[in-house]
Design a protein around this ligand. Structure first.
Ligand code: SME
Length: 188
């Protein structure tokens, strides 16, 4: 903590660990610190350790996926953010934040099924230009889909983030989201 004229400043590390007024350790389930008005890169940097803390003591996959989508929604106000989980060779809707969505996606179908089959991140600047795009909502304009791997190197699930703006995702999002998913992959 530093006293600076009328202001007291706290380091981000301190704010993540302690409540600035009570000095009590933060209980991560209740406190989420998201820098406002910062470039996405810094927001990803700020939320990654918080997500790590949030899921570190919980072994239930669905609970952890649910909290990860909640953090991403709160941090970026994405139009839709959620997981599709690989089950018996297809993707089945998992925890998400946003409007209702299609429940099952076959490998190779849509952006999600393509990322699943190709085992790679796909950024789609304009969903209308992606052959076979599955439109769960006509308000979705661009999206990024990232595979999540288990210890055997299989795609265990994919993260799908949709925006209601065209060209809303860049390599910065791919990197930021991949780092978050790496935290999750350690638990798979
Ligand atoms: N647009 C995705 C389908 C999932 S929803 O957008 C939530 C796709 O083409 O795979």
């Amino acid at each position: 903590m530093e006293q600076n004229g009328n202001y007291v400043t706290f380091s981000l590390e301190y704010l993540l660990a302690f409540h600035p007024l009570t000095n009590e350790p933060n209980r991560m389930a209740e406190v989420l610190i998201i820098p406002k008005g910062e470039a996405r890169k810094y927001v990803y940097e700020a939320i990654t350790p918080q997500i790590e803390a949030l899921i570190s003591d919980e072994s239930d996959l669905i609970a952890n996926l649910a909290n990860i989508t909640a953090v991403l929604k709160e941090a970026f106000q994405f139009f839709w953010v959620g997981f599709y989980i690989a089950k018996e060779g297809e993707l089945v809707l998992g925890p998400f934040q946003g409007p209702i969505a299609c429940t099952r996606i076959k490998p190779g179908k849509g952006v999600c099924g393509t990322a699943y089959s190709q085992k790679q991140t796909i950024i789609v600047p304009d969903v209308d230009q992606f052959p076979g795009h599955i439109a769960c909502s006509s308000d979705s304009k661009s999206e990024i889909v990232i595979p999540v791997f288990n210890a055997k190197g299989e795609v265990a699930m994919i993260l799908d983030v949709d925006s209601d703006k065209l060209s809303d995702f860049t390599q910065e999002d791919a990197l930021g989201l991949q780092k978050i998913l790496a935290v999750l992959e350690k638990k798979l």
